[in-house]
Design a protein around this ligand. Structure first.
Ligand code: CU
Length: 250
C-alpha cells in the first residue's frame, strides 16, 4: 500500500518492496508533521515570550497541560509505528524464511572490490566451502567435493528467476561489505566469518545494479555488479546449461 509516492524511490521489483516503501513514507510523513509542529511552537514562543510583551519576568511559567498531551500523543504514534508495523514486518522478514522446491538458494561472497555468486548447480547442494580456499576460488569452493562438481560461480553478475523466492546467504572474504539491491529493497551486511541469509521474491524481469552499501575501502565506489531477473523456465535451463560438467574418466 502506498500512501503518497513522494520519495522518488526507484520502481519496486520485489513482492515485499512496497511494504518497505509504505513504512518509509509513513515515518517521513510523521517526522514532517513533527517538524512543522515544533517549528510553529518555536515561532509561537518567540512571539509569546518576547521581552517587549513581558517587561516583568514571570517566575511561574507554563500552567496548562497541553504540551504534556502532545508529547504523550507523539509517544503513542511512535509506539504504534514501531510495535504495530516495524517489528512485525521485521520479524516476518527474519524469521519466516521460505522453504520448498521452488526456493532458489545462492551464496554471495563480497571481496575488495567485487562480488562472487555461488549456485548449488543441478544437484541442489552446495559444495564444501572454506575460507582458506579464497586464494584459489572467489567463493571459497572446494572443487574436489562431490557436491561442488556441478556448482556454478558467477563473478560480477547475479541471475535470478522471476516470481520465485530467492534466499541469498551473504558473506565476505575480507572486510564488512553490504549486498544492496535498491529496486528489490534488499540490503544485507556481508560480514567475514558469518553467512547471513536474506530473502525476497523478484517480480519484474530486467537488469539492475548491485552496489556495496558499506564504505569498505578505496575501491568501494566501483564495487558494482549486475543482477538480472529472468523468467523461471529460462533460469532452470540456464542453470543446467551453464553448470560445469563433472570430469569424465580416462
Ligand atoms: Cu564493499
Amino acid at each position: 500500500m502506498r500512501i503518497l509516492d513522494f520519495m522518488l524511490l526507484p520502481e519496486v521489483g520485489s513482492a515485499h518492496g512496497s511494504t518497505v516503501d509504505a513504512m518509509d513514507e509513513s515515518v517521513h510523513l510523521f517526522m514532517a508533521a513533527l517538524f512543522i509542529g515544533w517549528t510553529l511552537f518555536f515561532l509561537f514562543c518567540l512571539w509569546r515570550f518576547w521581552h517587549k510583551r513581558n517587561p516583568k519576568a514571570d517566575y511561574v511559567g507554563v500552567r496548562g497541560h497541553a504540551s504534556t498531551h502532545v508529547e504523550v500523543g507523539v509517544v503513542i504514534i511512535e509506539a504504534i509505528l514501531l510495535i504495530g508495523f516495524a517489528l512485525p514486518f521485521w520479524a516476518q522478514r527474519v524469521e519466516a524464511f521460505p522453504v520448498g522446491p521452488d526456493v532458489v538458494r545462492i551464496r554471495a561472497v563480497a571481496y575488495q572490490f567485487g562480488w562472487a555468486f555461488h549456485y548449488p548447480g543441478p544437484d541442489g547442494n552446495f559444495g564444501r566451502v572454506d575460507r582458506d580456499l579464497y586464494v584459489t576460488d572467489p567463493a571459497g569452493l572446494d572443487r574436489e567435493d562431490p557436491n561442488g562438481l556441478d556448482d556454478i560461480i558467477q563473478v560480477g553478475s547475479l541471475t535470478m528467476p522471476k516470481d520465485r523466492p530467492v534466499v541469498i546467504d551473504v558473506t565476505s572474504k575480507d572486510v564488512i561489505h553490504n549486498l544492496s539491491m535498491v529496486p528489490l529493497r534488499v540490503s544485507q551486511d556481508a560480514i567475514p566469518g558469518t553467512e547471513y541469509p536474506t530473502w525476497f521474491t523478484p517480480t519484474k524481469t530486467g537488469e539492475w545494479d548491485i552496489i556495496c552499501g558499506q564504505l569498505c575501502g578505496a575501491g568501494h565506489g566501483s564495487m558494482r555488479a549486475l543482477y538480472t531477473v529472468i523468467e523461471g523456465d529460462d533460469f532452470d535451463k540456464g542453470v543446467i546449461e551453464n553448470a560445469p560438467k563433472p570430469p569424465t574418466e580416462g
